[in-house]
Structures are given as structure tokens and as C-alpha cells.
Design a protein around this ligand. Sequence first.
Ligand code: SAM
Length: 288
Amino acid sequence: MPELTDINYIKQIMTKHGFHVSKALGQNFLINPTVCPRIAELGNAKENFGILEIGTGVGVLTKELAKRAEKVVAIELDNKLFPILNETLAEFNNIKIIHGDAMKINLKKIISEEFENLQVAVCANLPYYITSPLIMRLLEEKLPIKTITIMVQKEAGQRLCAPVRSRESGAVTVAVAYYGEAKKLFDVTRGSFLPAPNVDSMVMQIKLYAEQHWHVQDENLFFKIIKIGFSQRRKQLCSVLANYFHMPKTDMLSVFEQANILFNTRIEALTMPELVNLSNILAENLKN
Ligand code: SAM
């Protein structure tokens, strides 16, 4: 069978099945032959691992994952791709493709039913319109996942992998740093896709902490501080939080003093330990 990175073959198989790519579903299929093997190898597609893939397209990454991992379970929203996948992935008996929306489907159930006795990793060339919400979903649900290795829009990737105390960081940077360690793996040019998107991309990886790494007393409060703080990142965090929690400014100043943070600090100037400490001290103060 011709390679799934062969443009002529992809076009031919799409025509045969009357398939047209959907921009709305973020359908930019990988045609650079070096990219999928690299994602699979760096993304833990290996013995004793089950891989959860989001969005199969015509199966180019699915195939590389299935060559290396025990089992691949892929979630694909576009049912028009299924006749194509029946053909392109016919030689594999360790792939299961589930029709559904990765934002809504019960991932916990899929993982526990499909990957019994296997370690689990996520690998995907993500549809970019759901990058942040999907990453947040994978993290917040505390799924038993070792690594998330994903292709994302370069700009989004830079934000996700930025150090917490930096200009590029945002609420999502802190959220990722709360659950694991993120790093960039490699760049991917727009010419590596069919059709070519008008942005460049990168592959990044989040290594999830096996246990709670940051000792946050009240997770809800921590994420509220992050959300509200970054939504007004140019303002002094002390004022932003005093307003939000309807606390007298002097009380919030005292919280900042207890946390050893200067009153005029902006959220983007705080490190992860400082944010955790601030959240824990505020939690204590809100109880009183
Ligand atoms: N993995 C393939 C590749 O690398 O060529 C396809 C990647 S393409 C960027 C994204 C894929 O995700 C498409 O096949 C698209 O139909 C699918 N998709 C889009 N939204 C989805 C969703 N909410 N849930 C599951 N799959 C989705």
C-alpha cells in the first residue's frame, strides 16, 4: 500500500470516497514523512503502552502509533473518514476507532475499558480549534496518563511551554505547570500538511506528575486566582483579588505581606511556588 504521506495517494483515496476536508474540523493532514514516526517514538508508542489518539484524519499518525504500541484507541468526530480508515488501516488489528467528540466523550471509561494493564499516553495532531480546552480536559480529569505528546499551533505551544514567570505565560501555562512538565520537542513547518495551514506548528510534550506535586489546599481557589489574575494581567494582583473576593484592600495587603509578595506585583511576575503559597494563605484568610 502506498504511504499515507503520499499526496497523490491521499487525494486519490479522498476522491474515491467523495471526501472533502473540513476547515471547521481543523483537518490539516500530515504529509511530511518524518513527523509521525518522531511523534510516535517520542510519545511513548512502545511495548506495554496503550495510545489514545485524538483525530485520525486518514490514519497517518494512527498507523505509526500502531506499529509501535500494544494498542491504539483513536477518537474521530468526522464519520465521513471512517470508510477511508477501513481501507488505510486494514492491516492492523490493534487499532480501535471510536466515533465521537473528544470534548464530550467519556475518556475515563474509554481508558479503563480499553487499556487494562497498559500504561497510557496521548498522542495527537490536534484540531487547533480545541487545543486549550482539550488539554485542560485531559489534565483536569486527572486521567491515568503518563505523557501527552501533541502537535499544536506554534504560538499556542510557546505559551503552553513557557516558564510560569514570563511574558509569554498565561493561565493555561500555569495550569499545565500545575499538572506536569511541558517542553517543546520540535518545530513543524506549514508545508508539512495537506492542506497547508497559514500558521506554523510545533510538537510538544507534557509529562504528567504521577502524584499531586504542588501542595495546594484549595484547587478551586488556586485556579480562580490564576484565571482572574491573568484576565487582568497588567494590573496589580493585590487590587484585582481584593475586588474579586470583595475584601478590603488592607486585608488583601496583609495576605500579600504574609506571602512575602510586594503589594504592586503583577501575576506574571510570580513563580509557581509563590502562586501556591499565595493561594494557601488566601484560603486560610477566607476561612476566618
Ligand atoms: N492525525 C491526522 C493527521 O495527523 O494527519 C489528522 C489531524 S487533523 C489536524 C485533526 C483531526 O481531528 C481531523 O481528522 C478532525 O476530523 C478531527 N477532529 C476535529 N474535531 C474533533 C473532535 N472534537 N473530536 C475528535 N476528533 C476531532
